[in-house]
Write a new protein. Sequence first.
Length: 53
Amino acid sequence: MAQSRTRKGVEKHRVVSHKAWIEARRKFLAKEKKFTRMRDELSRQRRALPWEK
């Protein structure tokens, strides 16, 4: 059963040229960087929370 799921996923996966892949990867990298900056800001805010006695 697991094999059919894997095969099905592969059949639906897009195949593109190297140029198209680079463009998609750059767009995704920008999203990853934005996420990292947001996570870093949340971490900074968490560290700034007051402490409890």
